[in-house]
Design a protein around this ligand. Structure first.
Ligand code: MN
Length: 229
């Protein structure tokens, strides 16, 4: 009987040790995914060449938008969070729990990381699978959804975003956000967001936001976007 207790006890100690080391490994991974050196926020890697989205979005716009604007949000946030309670938080938590300059820059990092991974060379067409079905069911058809989405994007006053988002039950909605807003602040999951800040289209379309919104569907990577549903 005593021997058996000893076995059990040894087993528990071994189990507890493994659990602890696993959990510490997980924490390290989380930290590494933010940054391997100083736990800084980073922008997503561009999954295509800077000229891959032409003629819908020019190489010059991608270079400026991804290379300069997006980088600035990252650099700003990494300076702003130092010494705050959100310094070690993940990006979505920062967006949900901040305001002012930290919120603006964190929101824009989240927004642009989603945005730049929503496109591909030769994209377009229509979503298939569960997202395609949900869009048809909830908006009538893909064409009707696009119409409603573009109308929302055109009507955002000044700089902002238009999003397709889902709630916990998979219900889809079109969300207008001003500035660096993201539907996560409403408890929703962002699926697809079009940037309607002028920096995203002015070089290619000047003030013609509606035309840009009409064209941008031609480069959507529905495979990647569909996985967010
Ligand atoms: Mn932008």
């Amino acid at each position: 009987m005593k021997t058996m207790h000893l076995y059990l006890l040894t087993g528990l100690v071994v189990f507890a040790t493994i659990s602890c080391s696993n959990s510490s490994a997980r924490n390290n991974e989380n930290n590494n995914s933010k940054n391997s050196v100083n736990m800084k926020f980073e922008k997503v890697a561009l999954p295509y060449e800077t000229d891959a989205l032409e003629p819908v979005i020019s190489k010059q716009t991608v270079e400026l938008h991804y290379g300069i604007h997006h980088q600035a949000y990252v650099d700003n946030l990494n300076k702003l969070v130092v010494g705050t309670k959100l310094e070690d938080a993940d990006l979505v938590t920062v967006v949900k729990e901040s305001d002012g300059a930290i919120f603006n820059n964190a929101g824009q990092i989240l927004n642009h990381n989603l945005y730049f991974t929503s496109f591909k060379k030769g994209g377009g067409g229509e979503p298939t699978g569960q997202l395609g079905d949900a869009i048809n069911e909830q908006f009538g058809s893909f064409e009707k959804f696009k119409e409603e989405f573009n109308a929302a994007g055109v009507s955002v006053f000044g700089s902002g975003w238009v999003w397709l988002a889902k709630d916990d039950n998979g219900k889809l909605s079109i969300e207008k956000e001003s500035g660096g807003g993201n539907p996560v602040t409403k408890g929703l999951t962002p699926i697809l967001g079009f940037d309607v800040w002028e920096h995203s289209y002015y070089l290619d379309y000047q003030n013609r936001r509606a035309e840009h919104l009409k064209e941008i569907w031609k480069i959507v990577d529905w495979e990647t976007v569909g996985q967010r549903y």
